[in-house]
Design a protein around this ligand. Structure first.
Ligand code: DGT
Ligand code: CA
Ligand code: CA
Ligand code: ZN
Length: 591
C-alpha cells in the first residue's frame, strides 16, 4: 500500500498515546519512554515526516529506531499501528484521563480499574466517595480523599495555565518572599523561568541558612493567596492559590543555590544532557552541586567543585551560559559549546508597537489614546491595524471608513509633530485571508496602507492542503507584509489550524514576508518550537501585542519571552528597528 500523507502532529499524538497506554498496561518503562521521546522529537521536527517516510529514512531522526520507524510507516500506510490497537483493546480510553490526577500513579490506576471495573472519571469520583477505593489493598481512606480532592481541582481548573496567569501568580509571592529575613537568594525556576507558553505549577527557589527555613515556610503557607497547603517538608512546601494553581517553594543552603536553581529550572531533558557532560568530565552534577566522581564512578560528596553561579557550573562543563528559555534539549548545548551568545532579542530592544486595534474596529480606545499609551511606555511608533471588512463581527472597516481613518492618522501625525513629539503612526490593516486565499480589498486600497498583516479569522478548520493553499496565496500577494497569528490557536481552549509550519515558514522567507509572533498570551503564535526552522531560513518576525486596549500593549513582554525561546535575535525582529528603518522595510522588503 502506498502511504497516505500524515502530519507531524498526528504521528506525535499517536506515539504519545502509546506511551500513555503502555504506562497503564505496566509495560517496560524504558520502552514506554522511547515512544514519548519519539513523539517529542517529531513534534519539533524541521521537516515533513512524509519525506522521511517516502525516502525510507525515518531512522535518521534522532531517537527513532527501527521498531518505531516501522510503527510510523504502518500508520502512514494503514492508518493504524498494531501495538496501539492492541493497547486500546486492553485499556479503556477513559482511564487515560486518570493519568492527569495528581498523586495517582499508573499502578494504582490499574488496580482501581481492574478491581472495581470502572473506567470513567465520574465513576472514580463515586468510588472514592462511597468507600470502594478506600477498601482496596494499599489505598485506604486517606488516599481516596486525596484522589477525590485532586479530581475536584482538576474539574474546576485546567491542569495548566497560561504564561501570563502564572506570571501574575508568581509575582506577589516572589515580592513577598524576597523581603523576608534570611533570604539570601531567590529566583523563579521551572517552566515559568523557561518561558513555556503554558505552566503546570510555579516553582520558587530560595537560598537561606538552616535557622531561617522553618519561619520562611511558615510565612509562605500563611500567605493570603494560599487556600490549601498541599505538603510541608524540611526543604519543600507546596500550596494551592486562590486561582487553583500549585506553587512549590524549595529552600536550599545559599552555597547550593546555583546548582539547585539549575536543577529546578530544568527542563528534565536539558538536565540529562548536563549530567552526561559532567560524567564525561569525571564529575557528577545534581541538585546539591558539582562533585568529583570516585573510582567506582559514584558521586564523591567529600570532593565538591567550587562555583558561585550557574555560569560557573556551565563553564565547568565547557559551556557558555545558556539562557533559561533555551534549556529544552534542542541543540542548545552544542551551540553554547561553540558560541558565547545567541544575541537573543530583549524587551528593551522593542521600539515600535505593531498590530493594534482602535475603536474603529473592535478596540476599546481611540487611535490618539493608543498612541499615547505607546508613548508612555517609551515606544517610538504605532502600526495601527484594525480589522478588514469581512470581519464584520469585529467591526471590520469598509473602504469608505478606511479613507476616513487614513485622514485621521494623517491629522494625528501632524498634531503630534506640532506638539514636538517624535512619534509616528503607520496606516495598517489586519486583512482577513478569505477562503480562497485572497485579501479583503482591491489592490488600489491595499496599496494605500503602510502595512498589511494577513490573518485567518474564519474557516480555520479546513483540511491542511486547503489551509496551506490559502496561506500560500496570501504570502505571495505583493501587498502582504506579514502573516498574523498563523495557526489561530487559543491556548488551552482551541487547537490551531492544521498547517505544515515548516513549509509555511519557508514560503514566507522566500517571499520576504514576515510571520508575526503574536504576543497575546492566549495565542503566542508563531510557536517557539518552530524557531530552528525560522532561524535556518532567516525568517523575519515582529513581536506584536495584537492590542485591543492600552493595557494590551504590555503583552509585548510575553511575545519577547517566546521570541527568545524561539531563538530570535534582534536582527530578525522588525519592530526593534527605528521608525525610519521600519518604514523603509515596509516600502521595499528585499532591501
Ligand atoms: P510544569 O510545571 O509542568 O510546567 O514543568 P516544570 O518544568 O516546571 O516541571 P516541574 O515543576 O515538575 O519541575 C521543575 C523542574 O525541576 C523541572 O523542570 C526539572 C526539575 N525536576 C523535577 N523533578 C525532576 C525529576 O524527577 N528528574 C529530573 N531530572 N528533574 C526534575
Ligand atoms: Ca513547574
Ligand atoms: Ca513543581
Ligand atoms: Zn487577528
Amino acid at each position: 500500500m502506498s502511504p497516505m500523507p500524515v502530519t507531524n502532529d498526528e504521528v506525535a499524538d499517536r506515539l504519545r498515546e502509546i506511551y500513555q497506554l503502555m504506562q497503564l498496561a505496566g509495560e517496560n518503562r524504558f520502552r514506554a519512554i522511547a515512544f514519548d521521546r519519539a513523539a517529542q522529537t517529531i513534534e519539533t521536527l524541521n521537516d515533513d515526516i512524509n519525506d522521511y517516510i517516502e525516502n525510507d529514512s525515518l531512522t535518521d531522526i534522532k531517537g527513532i529506531g527501527n521498531s518505531i520507524a516501522e510503527d510510523i510507516r504502518s500508520y502512514a500506510e494503514t492508518g493504524t499501528i498494531e501495538v496501539l490497537e492492541d493497547l486500546r483493546s486492553r485499556i479503556p480510553a477513559g482511564v487515560i484521563k486518570w493519568l492527569d490526577i495528581s498523586g495517582l500513579g499508573p499502578k494504582n490506576i490499574v488496580k482501581i480499574h481492574n478491581q472495581l471495573g470502572i473506567s470513567e472519571l465520574d465513576e472514580l469520583k463515586e468510588a472514592c466517595e462511597d468507600g470502594r477505593v478506600a477498601s482496596l489493598d494499599g489505598l485506604g481512606e486517606k488516599s481516596a480523599q486525596k484522589i477525590l480532592k485532586s479530581i475536584e481541582w482538576m474539574q474546576q481548573f485546567d491542569e495548566r495555565c497560561r504564561l501570563d496567569e502564572a506570571t501574575e501568580i508568581a509575582r506577589p509571592l516572589y515580592t513577598f518572599l524576597k523581603e523576608l529575613d534570611g533570604v539570601e537568594a531567590i529566583e523563579i525556576a521551572g517552566s515559568l523561568r523557561r518561558s513555556k507558553e503554558t505552566i503546570g505549577d510555579v516553582d520558587i527557589l530560595i537560598g537561606a541558612s538552616e535557622e531561617h527555613i522553618p519561619p520562611l515556610f511558615d510565612a509562605f503557607v500563611n500567605h493570603e493567596l494560599v487556600v490549601e497547603v498541599l505538603g510541608r517538608g524540611d526543604t519543600k512546601s507546596s500550596i494551592r492559590t486562590r486561582d487553583g494553581r500549585q506553587v512549590d517553594l524549595r529552600i536550599v543552603k545559599p552555597a547550593e543555590f546555583p546548582a539547585a536553581l539549575m536543577y529546578f529550572t530544568g527542563s528534565k531533558e536539558h538536565n540529562v544532557v548536563l549530567r552526561q557532560r559532567a560524567r564525561q568530565r569525571g564529575l557528577s552534577l545534581n541538585e546539591y552541586g558539582l562533585f568529583e566522581l570516585d573510582e567506582e564512578g559514584n558521586t564523591n560528596f567529600e570532593a565538591p567543585i567550587d562555583y558561585a553561579s550557574e555560569a560557573d557550573i556551565y563553564q565547568k562543563l565547557d559551556l557558555h551560559f545558556i539562557p533559561a528559555e533555551l534549556r529544552e534539549d534542542r541543540g542548545e548545548a552544542d551551540f553554547f559549546e561553540e558560541y558565547e551568545t545567541m544575541d537573543l532579542v530583549a524587551e528593551e530592544d522593542i521600539r515600535g508597537v505593531v498590530h493594534a486595534h482602535s475603536t474603529w474596529s473592535d478596540g476599546k480606545f481611540s487611535i490618539r489614546a493608543m498612541a499615547e499609551g505607546c508613548m508612555e511606555r517609551g515606544y517610538e511608533y504605532l502600526a495601527l491595524t484594525d480589522h478588514s471588512r469581512t470581519a464584520a463581527y469585529a467591526g471590520g472597516l469598509s473602504v469608505d471608513e478606511i479613507k476616513r481613518q487614513w485622514d485621521e492618522i494623517d491629522q494625528l501625525n501632524e498634531e503630534l509633530s506640532a506638539e514636538g513629539k517624535d512619534f509616528r503612526i503607520f496606516k495598517g490593516i489586519e486583512s482577513d485571508i478569505l477562503s480562497d486565499g485572497s485579501l479583503d480589498y482591491e489592490d488600489e486600497i491595499l496599496e494605500g496602507f503602510d502595512l498589511v498583516i494577513a490573518s485567518v479569522h474564519s474557516s480555520l478548520g479546513l483540511p491542511q492542503e486547503k489551509m496551506m493553499e490559502r496561506f500560500r496565496r496570501a504570502i505571495e500577494n505583493p501587498y502582504t507584509h506579514m502573516v498574523g497569528h498563523p495557526t489561530g490557536r487559543l491556548l488551552l481552549k482551541r487547537n490551531g489550524s492544521r498547517l505544515d509550519m515548516n513549509r509555511l515558514i519557508e514560503l514566507a522567507a522566500e517571499h520576504h514576508t514576515a510571520i508575526e509572533i503574536n504576543a497575546n498570551p492566549w495565542r503566542l503564535d508563531l510557536d517557539w518550537r518552530h524557531g530552528d526552522k525560522a532561524k535556518e531560513v532567516d525568517l523575519l518576525s515582529s513581536i506584536n501585542p495584537d492590542a485591543h486596549s492600552i493595557e494590551g500593549i504590555d503583552y509585548i513582554q510575553y511575545g519577547v519571552r517566546i521570541a527568545r525561546k524561539g531563538k530570535f535575535d534582534k536582527g530578525r525582529i522588525l519592530n526593534t528597528r527605528s521608525a525610519d528603518q521600519f518604514a523603509a522595510w515596509l516600502k521595499d522588503r528585499s532591501a
